[in-house]
Design a protein around this ligand. Structure first.
Ligand code: UDP
Ligand code: MG
Length: 318
């Protein structure tokens, strides 16, 4: 088969209930466009037989390829594996649960043909819980404030990347991959459009509260060292206030001869400072941990099974 014009990369974790419906919908959306396409499924260590479904799909069509991980490595790792497998001139990343409507892919292709290297489908948050919406909004405001890269609310991983954009993402060596940030970091002309958020077709979301918070911390810390700067500012500010306060005590004692009753202020200062120190230490520790993590240079995932050997890519590909 000659090089496909389009590769669709689909990370799947426990999606056996929807994968067939998704595949049918995707093929139905792509076939009329006459595009030469391939679909790369990445099974992220599912325990529900998703890998068997993918094997069957791949056996039934030369346009389908798959890779299966040895355990769950997370969506970011699955996206990376998919982008490495992809041979298309353009690559679309989308979820398997039909929350990213396949009908939109031709529209993305159209925008790509008009010269855009990245095409982002932005979902509006209709139909999502009020709390979750509020938390996401606040999170993105915070991220924009702290990060050097532009990340927008509602921009998930449903996007098209041109070949050179994919190559740029793949050339980034870090092992902590916060792909929303990476996509924005590489630059290139980007177009976007909004679509209506759809309910998950079947199965459950794998993002609990804890996981979302961890994801948030990742996003904040993986792009710059501004939290460290914040720690220095806080420390300096506290130190200056302490100096001022000490001066005030001295003056008070000398001028007015007031004997300083100090227990309350003392304990407040000790506890307050202790808290700041612990938090700062935590921030530093987080960065040191990241350095440790990067220094190990582990592969992002381990492949258990694949029908798509990707020469030149070391990550666990046999
Ligand atoms: N996913 C994955 N590995 C994981 C978690 C999720 O590959 O550890 C995939 C999942 O199969 C789906 C996509 O990532 O195709 C989005 O997951 P989900 O629908 O659970 O997230 P949400 O839509 O709630 O953000
Ligand atoms: Mg989903």
């Amino acid at each position: 088969m000659p090089h496909p014009q389009l590769t669709v990369v689909v990370p799947c974790f426990d999606e056996s209930e929807v994968i067939d419906a998704f595949h049918a919908a995707l093929v139905a959306a792509l076939e009329p466009t006459g595009t030469r396409f391939e679909i790369c499924y990445v099974d992220d260590g599912s325990g529900d037989g998703t890998a068997d479904r993918l094997r069957a799909l791949a056996a039934g069509s030369p346009r389908v390829r798959y890779t299966s991980f040895s355990r769950n490595f997370g969506k970011e790792a699955a996206l990376l594996a998919g982008m490495r497998m992809a041979r298309g001139e353009a690559v679309v990343l989308m979820d398997a649960d039909l929350q990213h409507p396949p009908e939109l892919v031709p529209r993305m292709l159209e925008l790509h043909r008009n010269g855009y290297d990245q095409v982002v489908a932005r979902r509006d948050r209709a139909g999502e819980g009020a709390l979750r919406t509020a938390v996401s909004r606040a999170y993105y405001r915070l991220v924009r404030h702290f990060m050097d890269v532009e990340v927008t609310d509602g921009e998930g991983d449903f996007r098209l990347l041109s070949r050179r954009a994919v190559d740029a993402v793949l050339s980034l060596p870090e092992s902590n991959r916060f792909s929303k940030g990476l996509f924005s970091w590489i630059g290139f002309p980007t177009a976007g459009f909004a679509y209506r958020n759809a309910e998950r077709a079947a199965g459950g979301s794998k993002w609990g509260g804890r996981r979302l918070v961890d994801y948030g911390i990742d996003g904040l810390l993986s792009f710059n060292t501004r939290p460290l700067r914040l720690a220095i500012h806080t420390g300096l500010w506290l130190f200056l206030s302490a100096l001022g306060y000490a001066g005030w005590i001295v003056v008070n004692t000398v001028v007015d001869g007031v004997d300083t009753p100090g227990y309350a202020t003392l304990i407040t200062a000790v506890v307050g400072l202790g808290g700041v120190q612990l938090a700062t230490l935590g921030v530093i520790g987080e960065y040191v941990g990241r350095i440790y993590h990067e220094a190990k240079r582990r592969p992002h995932y381990v492949v258990a099974e694949t029908d798509a050997p990707a020469p030149g890519h070391p990550d666990g590909v046999p």
